[in-house]
Ligand binder design. Sequence first.
Ligand code: FMN
Length: 476
Amino acid sequence: MNPLDLRTWLAEVEKLGELRHVRGADWNLELGAISELNVKKDVPPALLFDEIKGYARGFRVLTCSTSSPARLSSILRLPLQRAHHGLVEMLRGKPAQWQASAERFPATVVKNGAALEHIEREVDVLKFPAPLWHELDGGRYIGTGCSVVTRDLDSDWINVGTYRVQVIDRNHVALDMVPGKHGRIHYEKHKAARKRFPVVIVCGGDPLGYLISGIEVPFGMCEYNYIGAILDSPVAVLEGELTGLPFPAASEIVLEGFVEPSDERTEGPFGEFHGYYPGKAGIAPVLTVQRVYYRSDPILMGSPPAKPPNDYSYSKAVMRSALLHDAVVAAGVPDVCAVWAHEIGGARMFNVVSIKQRYAGHARQAGHILSQCGVGAYMSRYSVVVDEDIDPANLQEVIWAMATRTDPAVDIDIIERGMGSKNDPMFVAYRYEAPYSSKAVIDACRPWDHLDDFPPVAEASKELQQKIRAKWKDLL
Ligand SMILES: Cc1cc2nc3c(=O)[nH]c(=O)nc-3n(C[C@H](O)[C@H](O)[C@H](O)COP(=O)(O)O)c2cc1C
């Protein structure tokens, strides 16, 4: 059994030399801005904030937990990887395996756990240093790297989803669950039946928890099962004393309560994963928090989105690249070399596949499938296909291929009325009421019928480069 203990993982990260301790920062914009600047580094460390302004020592916040290949591989219990190529390769095929074996790993209920070190019945969620992350946010957010646990109204399906959580006052928080998300579906059913909606929110723990509650685990499947499959061991959970909803036994901070029928209030705005604030605040269900469980010296998990690269864009890029690669291959496209869902597109809007061209039309086939496959279709804007000599993760090379290997009149296919989103910053200019969006598939491969007479690349050959690097290693 595994209680998803953040501290065990932090000890590992400390050994990797990837944890920085920060003292004396302000929850009011400083934590957000420091974390935002930190993730612009090549290999950003995780940041553990303590002695936060106005808060007792020990009431901590962790950010940037998933933002390096080494940390992400350790979270996913994979052999240590220092480069993302290896990580994506290692991940390929794994999500399908985890999904297939998830049924064998139901969470195990235990009676005791570190999360019960403190139980508060007179609650004040601002006891924890919930940050104001961005300047135009509508308030302080206690939940970003969190997991929201809910139960279906007419089945025993427990869902665990990452949805942002805004502090309204000492015992109320608002939950932003976009329509269609599983927690939202659970909520809508309770609302229609005019029933109180029980909720538990886990605001810190082993980052595997929010990493998996933040990806699209199939409808009807509990994320704890999926996590159990990754760990090859069930998740040990405690049950909330009011709702009976399960949360990992070593959780750092847990909020429990009910959304009273139709208690919906203004939520947001909040800086989003694509790098923009939504136009205006929305309306969201509000949880009345009646219990707070927390460990001594609790660590709030922060994972604020922002203009990418942001706190979680790296993990999204890696996870989605592996899923896209598997999907394109599963659709029958041969000789796919690599896929990269770029962080600058929020791992959704700018995706690249490299192929070894085998036949006329191969590149278009790969591009259209990349753009339209199940995991890729939502908000895909640009899907680019490049030859095998181009690294899809290297923007310089990708843009060079687009600049030098395309004839725009014939190499850009436009798909109209594709799958867009009201969350798209371009939604303001969409031509339809419904969230249709156009998409471009860019074939940046050398034309198949001119592979023989296409000009050779003016660059030292791989062999020459290797020889020169070996001989001139002090210089290069
Ligand atoms: C850090 C982070 C924050 C997120 N915030 C939200 C959010 O506020 N609202 C939302 O609907 N989805 C949000 N997502 C995306 C969902 O977590 C994701 O779509 C997930 O699949 C939802 O779970 P579900 O499929 O069980 O509904 C976020 C993801 C991450 C990683």
